[in-house]
Ligand binder design. Structure first.
Ligand code: GLP
Length: 243
């Protein structure tokens, strides 16, 4: 595990974009595992600028996203498909046919998860998986549990997660209670894993996840065992650990 401490969110975003750009430069047809949430937005802005400058090229890149709310369609501004289109895809030269997000509109969870697993298997090894972290230690939507789920599955979101995400919806009742998410085994199979974390509200969970025991009760803690895990976090998010 390597930790890159940054001054603030902007600094974190630039440094995370450096890591992603390096992978894209080395392997133009790489597979990127992508994440949503407020943490990676700045990273995506940096990638958009670099693409506009001609420094990186998305034309041969394939993407697989971590998760999607169950029941939200592509045009719902809270769906993760919409997030990816608005915050990255429509601003870069990616072929939309090479972008993948779980199908939130498939009501049959088994079908939706099986279909996404097939996509994941067909694209081959993920070269870089980008992650944020939830306040309860979730990655993707892998919530605290008694075991580490392997592949794509349907989750009941925890109260903490629903409350944290309520800020994006008109009312708390509008927040979906279920989601489809890539499993921990898939995330751990990525060649490189890059997490971005920012802000004092993430300090406790960062300390627990990466300086505490590895346990499915803190899903992100498993990343301590990944052979190439990089945490890019700002001073505030690292304020509860001694580096
Ligand atoms: C959601 C997403 C996660 C994300 C988390 C934290 O629950 N499913 O992938 O990491 O939120 O979001 P933020 O970066 O806004 O704190």
């Amino acid at each position: 595990m390597r930790i890159i401490k940054t001054k603030d969110y902007d600094d974190m975003s630039r440094k995370a974009a450096n890591v992603i750009s390096a992978v894209m430069t080395e392997k133009p047809n790489c597979v990127l595992g992508l994440a949503t949430g407020s943490s990676p937005i700045g990273t995506y802005k940096n990638l958009i600028e670099r693409c506009a400058n001609g420094d990186i090229d998305f034309s041969q890149v394939t993407t697989v996203n971590l998760d999607e709310y169950k029941g939200l369609d592509h045009e719902n501004d809270q769906s993760y498909y919409y997030f990816m289109r608005e915050n990255l895809f429509k601003h870069v030269n990616i072929d939309m046919n090479n972008t993948n997000v779980p199908n939130g509109m498939e009501p049959d969870a088994e079908k939706a998860c099986e279909a996404y697993n097939e996509i994941i298997h067909s694209v081959g090894q993920i070269d870089l998986q980008l992650l944020g972290i939830g306040h309860d230690g979730h990655i993707g939507f892998n919530e605290p549990a008694d075991y580490f789920p392997k592949e794509t599955h349907c989750v009941d979101l925890t109260e903490t997660t629903i409350n944290a995400n309520a800020r994006f919806f008109a009312t708390k009742e509008d927040v979906p209670t279920q989601a489809y998410t890539m499993g921990i085994q898939t995330i751990m199979s990525a060649k490189k894993v890059l997490m971005v974390a920012s802000g004092a509200d993430k300090a406790d969970i960062i300390a627990q996840a990466f300086f505490g025991p590895v346990t499915p009760q803190v899903p992100a803690s498993i990343l301590q065992f990944h052979p190439d895990f990089i945490l890019v976090a700002d001073e505030a998010a690292l304020s509860k650990v001694n580096l």
